[in-house]
Ligand binder design. Structure first.
Ligand SMILES: CC(C)(COP(=O)(O)OP(=O)(O)OC[C@H]1O[C@@H](n2cnc3c(N)ncnc32)[C@H](O)[C@@H]1OP(=O)(O)O)[C@@H](O)C(=O)NCCC(=O)NCCS
Length: 182
């Protein structure tokens, strides 16, 4: 693959070849090789892959996107609800804040350092921003599996939460530069 020309992310299908995927993290590799298709069938998680070519080409990177929620007080401070500011459909201050979660982001060792991880993460933010603008989930959480993974997410503007040292958050209002939903 030419440096800095990562393939466009696309949804994982049965036609993709995941067998030889190795990122250096056995857990993340195992998820892609053995469990991703199973999870797809359940329909609660979206798996997005980078594969240099049509479906059927070897996967060189992936992430998954799913729904979750976080205790509002322990998320980043700007997501606390202002007293009296909640309109119809808004949640109360103590309700969990619904969010999307990006996780299991990994790039094959042969392709690392070429912008594949960045392109996958930007794709996740873009998908989350679309959901935010249409349905109002204001937060994208990232579940990091190690200190370097945490540094990677921070590099792209994610900040620590007070929920778990390895759970980071990106406010989509801030990331998209405007209010939602529309
Ligand atoms: C972390 C990982 C996904 C990065 O993917 P990648 O394709 O090698 O990264 P990219 O080439 O897209 O790098 C994009 C930017 O992130 C930076 N970056 C990469 N890894 C980083 C890290 N661990 N900490 C901080 N910054 C990092 C790069 O320097 C680059 O910066 P630039 O755009 O300013 O030049 C990859 O190394 C990997 O799969 N590691 C093993 C699994 C893992 O740790 N997953 C993390 C999420 S759970």
């Amino acid at each position: 693959m030419s440096p800095r020309r990562p393939p466009a992310p696309t949804r994982l299908t049965e036609a993709h070849d995941t067998r030889g995927f190795r990122s250096g993290d056995d857990v993340l590799d195992g998820w892609l090789r053995h469990r991703a298709l199973e999870q797809l069938e359940e329909g609660v998680t979206t798996f997005v892959v980078a594969a240099p070519g049509e479906a059927g080409e070897r996967v060189i990177g992936y992430y998954c996107l799913t729904r979750g929620a976080v205790e509002r007080r322990r998320a980043v401070p700007r997501w606390r609800v202002r007293r009296g500011g909640a309109g119809a459909g808004a949640t109360a201050a103590n309700d969990p804040l619904p969010a999307l979660i990006v996780g299991r982001l990994a790039v094959d060792e042969t392709a690392q350092g070429n912008g594949v991880g960045a392109r996958l993460l930007r794709d996740a933010v873009m998908r989350a921003a679309t959901v935010y603008r249409t349905a109002g989930l204001p937060l994208l959480l990232a579940h990091a599996t190690s200190a370097p993974a945490k540094a990677f997410y921070r590099h792209f503007g994610f900040t620590d939460t007070r929920v778990d040292p390895y759970l980071l958050a990106l406010g989509l209002r801030h990331a998209t530069g405007g209010p939602g939903p529309r």
